[in-house]
Write a protein that binds this ligand. Structure first.
Ligand SMILES: Nc1ncnc2c1ncn2[C@@H]1O[C@H](COP(=O)(O)OP(=O)(O)OP(=O)(O)O)[C@@H](O)[C@H]1O
Ligand SMILES: [Mg+2]
Length: 497
């Protein structure tokens, strides 16, 4: 990417600020809120963090070459004469505006779709990327990876900070990549990270209890999600899943923005006219205002049908054709760690999912139950040094909804794996019914081996908890461990390939 360059005075004309001390003729070619990323020409944004006041890093930023600091208040110590100090009481909004101005992303040449909701963001973003690849190319920002259309890198957080988002948009612009799909977390909305992102489409999947440590109440959590739709320009489209009760409310509140409703029944504008679903996937004929769309997906389960509806409606609204939607959905083989299929030709279904809370495990296993496998064989464990109260709850859910359980290790950290397993067992025991069985096998690879040996035609083996993670944390050590890879190796040892 060509480095951007902008005179500070010009940059400040678009950034809400209350005072400027120092010269304004400096050229800015980079901005960041992390003093370690500062280089000559950087503008350093000293955010008022939750734990630390960014102003304490102003000196380090200056020493690394920053000549402009943007902060929510005055300097903590007298600033050097060649450092310009800009006070922006709404520091995060200023950061977002500065990022948009420096990277020149307001022109909307890239068609951006933002996806928000408690669940299904990653899955929907993968579907969108796959569709947009059929429609000329796409970038993606999300929980698992950041994709700028040419390269991938592992994600640090679901929605990055404003400077990374706008830098990504600029790269897509320069490469002529027509589409971008973004997961938008509620944190990022509250923290104004996406405030100046010119979305064409904003999509809502669902809202359930989560992240209340951060938002405190469901109402605040809902309002945080809603903010994405308030950001949408008048000619943008709000795609809302009305099969979710908060989605229904959102669609009602957005009537003046002409939301496009999606849902499982005919009240919605985009809905499945007919569908078939089994453990191999979903086939559906969708009715949409853009014409009928046939989809075949290797994703399965009721909630993935909803994710498919949201993705199809969003892609069509952003400009993809019904054919591109069909082809893009069909070519997505899976989403890493989200009911990810592992297939070496064995005669049973094998799925990896990162469900690691009792609620997620319940959703996952219930959805699989509806698909009526012969038996569900579940391999799972609970993490160490974390909330102990969820252990018996996870045990109970797993036992209630599975036929055979293999209780194993999942990031025990500094706790004794056997002690964690005992906590889980207290929840399992009351749920064991005749015909159900549980075995505790603390070595995760060994537990998987036994589960695979147990499985027969028509069964589904579910390996829950780690999903796309690539390590297992035992004590202080991080050991390489990737469930899909280990399972594939085990299947090969068994003679499948
Ligand atoms: N529409 C949905 N409704 C309910 N549960 C879902 C839905 N889609 C996916 N899930 C479940 O939630 C898990 C997470 O899905 P996904 O990663 O797509 O969501 P996410 O919103 O990106 O989550 P996160 O906030 O953790 O990044 C899946 O493994 C699946 O079990
Ligand atoms: Mg995600």
């Amino acid at each position: 990417m060509k480095p951007p360059s902008m005179r500070l005075a010009d940059l400040l004309s678009t950034v809400p600020h209350s005072s400027v001390a120092g010269p304004v003729d400096a050229l800015v070619n980079h901005l960041t809120c992390d003093s370690r990323e500062v280089a000559p020409g950087s503008l350093f944004v000293a955010l008022k963090g939750f734990h630390r006041d960014g102003r304490i890093f102003a000196r380090e930023a200056y020493e690394r070459g920053a000549r402009v600091v943007l902060a929510h208040g005055d300097p903590l110590e007298p600033a050097p004469p060649d450092l310009t100090w800009v006070v922006c009481p709404r520091d995060r909004e200023a950061f977002s505006a500065a990022a948009a101005a420096l990277y020149g992303t307001a022109d909307r040449t890239v068609r951006l779709v933002g996806v928000t909701g408690t669940n299904g963001k990653t899955t929907t973003a993968y579907l969108l990327r796959s569709i947009f690849r059929e429609a000329g190319g796409a970038g993606m920002l999300g929980t698992i990876e950041y994709d700028d259309g040419e390269g991938l890198r592992p994600a640090a957080r679901t929605t990055p900070e404003a400077h990374e988002i706008h830098r990504w948009i600029r790269i897509l612009q320069e490469r002529g990549i027509p589409y971008g799909a973004m997961e938008v977390s509620s944190h990022s909305l509250v923290l104004a990270r996406v405030k100046d992102v010119p979305f064409r489409v904003a999509a809502f999947t669902n809202l359930t209890r989560d992240h209340l440590d951060f938002h405190h109440t469901m109402e605040a959590y809902y309002q945080a999600k809603r903010a994405l739709f308030d950001l949408l320009a008048k000619d943008g489209t709000a795609v809302v899943n009305v099969s979710d009760s908060y989605g229904q409310r959102l669609a009602e509140e957005l009537t003046r923005k002409h939301p496009l409703s999606v849902g499982l029944d005919r009240q919605a504008q985009v809905f499945p006219e007919s569908f078939e679903m089994d453990l191999n996937g979903i086939r559906a004929s969708l009715a949409t205002p853009f014409g009928p769309v046939e989809v075949r997906s290797s994703l399965t389960g009721g909630y993935n049908l909803q994710n498919l509806l949201v993705a199809a409606a969003s892609a069509l609204s952003a400009g993809a054709t019904p054919e591109q939607v069909s082809e893009g959905v069909a070519s997505l083989r899976g989403v890493p760690g989200r009911t990810e299929r592992v297939d070496a030709g064995q005669p049973f279904h094998l799925l990896v999912d990162y469900a690691h809370t009792d609620d997620a495990l319940k959703n996952l296993l219930q959805t699989l139950r509806e698909l009526q496998p012969r038996r569900i064989i579940t391999v799972f464990g609970c993490g160490g040094d974390r909330d102990r109260s969820k252990r018996p709850l996870m045990g109970a859910v797993a036992a209630r909804l599975s036929d055979v359980l293999f209780l194993t290790t999942d990031n025990p950290r500094t706790e004794e794996p056997a002690a964690i397993a005992r906590d889980v067992e207290t929840g399992i025991r009351p749920e064991l019914r005749p015909g159900k069985s549980v075995r505790t096998v603390l070595d995760r690879r060994e537990a998987m081996r036994e589960a695979l040996a147990e499985a027969g035609p028509g069964d589904v083996v579910v390996v829950a908890g780690k999903g796309h993670e690539r390590e297992q944390i035992i004590g202080e050590r991080r050991l390489p461990f990737h469930d899909p890879t280990v399972l594939f190796e085990l299947l090969q040892e068994m003679g499948w390939r």
